[in-house]
Design a protein around this ligand. Structure first.
Ligand code: ATP
Ligand code: MG
Length: 577
């Protein structure tokens, strides 16, 4: 199956949910003017994470399903924490996930500042907005509580001329931050607090990464977002549940734009953008707020936004995640209206499933102890042959050189084996995968009693590791030839947090739950072919896990990240407990 058809199948699977029905009805009723337009609106104040990937998947996926387009829009109307670095990396990460907004699909909210300002003046002139000089504290008491009507601001009944003059002075920088703001005149008695004359413009004497020092007043999200949607001709605006209570305000702004004749007309149809909400993704053993992720970076708890332990898209990429695995995950979690926690094990399951198909198999020993085959000729090299990927015959085979000395995992040997231990022990015969059958005769130890060498003999008729007489061999070990080994730095990553809900504790900050063992670095040995390991290629180190080459690699020393173990060890631990 081609990637194209696979993706299509995938998105049609996911799409049997309320958002799809909602869009389908509008298409049917002719409300889209023949084109579904969605948007993904990240604020460039951080890197996108796996939660954003879910939103990207829905926004771009729905557009694709209906043959429409999805805009990428920088929702950059709050200057304080935004930057070009973030804006650029968001684009890179979305492309890597496999989505594209097309040639005319990139927008920045800040490009519309002039228009938004004009709309604000129009609202003032039509009596729909007024300036307000209440302090933050006063504003809160005036606004009141949902069960009782609020109190009108003393300036609520200013004339449009008065309001316009003050608003222009705000723009000209004649007021300090917090001294004055612009509010929509809606309903101070509404049970929906967001509807009680919300602030739509505020003063911020801060320069903006895009518009520089041109502005000292900036539109609020609730005002800017519907304007951006409307002017871009967006038909369906999907966001997370916390915006549900803002929806009446969204519609109010759209109504005003309609009155001003500002809605886009497509094929004779006036496009009225609509908003619907879905549950955000929460993952166990993870924090997902950009603020907390930034804190981890700033406090150097991790090595940057792309640290392989981070749930950011760039972190997952560096860890060895594939776009296919992430999209598969997004399909499986589906879309709903109820907030819940998704087990991170599901993400790892999707990853293993994908890597099992794609990973190039190699042998590497992470905790080496030396095996000496006493009856093997000195200085002779032989070759084991192995498939590069048993799941994919086209990947071919390779020849793995070996000689008299091999590295094996220390854990694959027991001097006194327990009952169910079928690997190497004194007097025991095991298969050295693809090479030979080996029987241990004795061990050599150092002064502290630590085993330094395991000695034994091989069956000269066991070429390729096959028993010539058909006798049963219970254990098969992976190995690396000492004479041909490539030294590797291997970074063994584990979950960043030790508890399923690190930011759910009422007393302890989430940083109290950081896993002190989330990164362990070991020096390992890899088979000769690993000297030519390629970036962006997934590897399976046989019997150990999936790995990928890290950008920190040098020609002298390849560095590998453990993407994920072969089996879910956490499930085992949890099962025992
Ligand atoms: P902030 O708290 O900084 O606003 P944010 O996570 O809301 O962070 P945005 O850049 O505003 O970040 O989000 C862009 C889009 O991604 C929004 O439409 C938002 O609803 C969606 N989104 C954010 N987090 C998640 C999540 N965990 N699951 C699904 N969608 C999300
Ligand atoms: Mg947000």
């Amino acid at each position: 199956m081609s990637d194209e058809t696979m993706n299509e199948e995938r998105s049609s699977d996911t799409a049997r949910h309320f958002l799809r029905q909602w869009i389908a009805e509008d298409v049917e009723a002719g409300r889209t003017g023949g084109q579904v337009v969605t948007r993904f609106p990240p604020e460039p104040n951080g890197y996108i994470h796996i939660g954003h990937a879910k939103a990207v998947h829905i926004d771009f996926g729905m557009a694709k399903l209906f043959g429409g387009t999805c805009h990428l829009r920088m929702d950059d109307t709050n200057p304080s924490k935004e930057s070009d670095e973030y804006a650029e990396n968001i684009q890179k990460d979305i492309h890597w996930l496999g989505y594209d907004w097309g040639e005319n699909g990139f927008f920045s909210g800040s490009d519309m500042f002039d228009t938004m300002y004009q709309i604000a003046e129009n609202l003032i002139l039509s009596g729909h907005a007024y300036v307000c000089g209440l302090s933050q504290e006063e504003w809160k008491t005036y606004r009141g509580i949902p069960t009782e009507p609020g109190k009108p601001s003393p300036t609520r009944d200013n004339t449009p001329e008065q309001n316009l003059a003050v608003f222009r002075d705000m723009k000209a920088g004649k007021y300090k931050e917090g001294e004055m703001c612009l509010r929509a005149k809606i309903d101070m008695a509404s049970p929906n607090i967001h509807f009680r004359d919300p602030v739509i413009y505020r003063i911020m004497h801060t320069s903006h990464y895009h518009s520089g020092t041109k502005w000292c007043i900036y539109p609020m999200y609730d005002f800017a977002h519907p304007i951006e949607d409307a002017l871009e001709g967006v038909t369906h605006s999907m966001c997370t549940l916390e915006f549900e209570v803002h929806r009446p305000l969204y519609d109010w702004v759209i109504d005003r734009l309609d009155e001003m004749g500002m809605l886009v007309v497509r094929n004779g149809v006036k496009i009225r953008p609509q908003q619907r909400e879905f549950a955000r993704l929460n993952l166990t053993y993870t924090v997902m707020s950009k603020r907390k992720l930034l804190q981890l970076v700033q406090e150097k708890r991790v090595n940057g936004w792309d640290d392989p332990r981070m749930p950011t898209v760039c972190g997952l990429r560096r860890r060895g995640y594939t776009p296919d695995a992430i999209r598969d995950f997004c399909d499986r979690i589906g879309v709903s209206k109820y907030n819940s926690e998704t087990d991170v094990a599901l993400l790892e399951y999707c990853l293993r499933d994908d890597l099992n198909k794609k990973a190039t198999r190699r042998m590497a020993v992470l905790d080496p102890v030396k095996v000496v085959i006493d009856n093997f000729p000195e200085n002779e090299t032989r070759y084991a042959e192995a498939l590069n990927n048993p799941e994919c015959p086209e990947a071919g085979t390779r020849k793995i050189p070996f000689g008299r000395e091999l590295w094996i995992e220390r854990d694959d040997f027991r001097e006194e084996p327990e009952k169910k231990f079928f690997r190497l022990a004194p007097g025991r015969e095991v298969r050295m995968r693809g090479a030979c059958l080996f029987t241990c005769t004795h061990v050599v130890k150092d002064g502290d009693g630590k085993i330094t060498e395991i000695h034994g003999t091989y069956d000269e008729r066991s070429e390729g590791g096959n028993a010539w007489d058909g006798r049963k061999i219970k254990g098969t070990l992976h190995w690396v030839s000492v004479a041909h080994a490539v030294p590797l730095e291997v970074r063994l990553y584990d979950r960043l947090f030790t508890v399923p809900a690190p930011d759910g504790d009422p007393v302890h900050p989430f940083t109290d739950f950081l896993n002190p063992d989330s990164l362990r670095v070991v020096t390992a040995y890899g088979e000769a072919a690993l000297a030519d390991a390629q970036p962006d290629t997934p590897y399976q180190f046989e019997r150990i896990g999936y790995f990928c080459l890290d950008p920190d690699s040098t020609p002298e020393k390849p560095v590998f990240n453990r993407t994920v173990t072969l089996k879910d060890t956490w499930a085992k631990v949890a099962g025992k407990a």
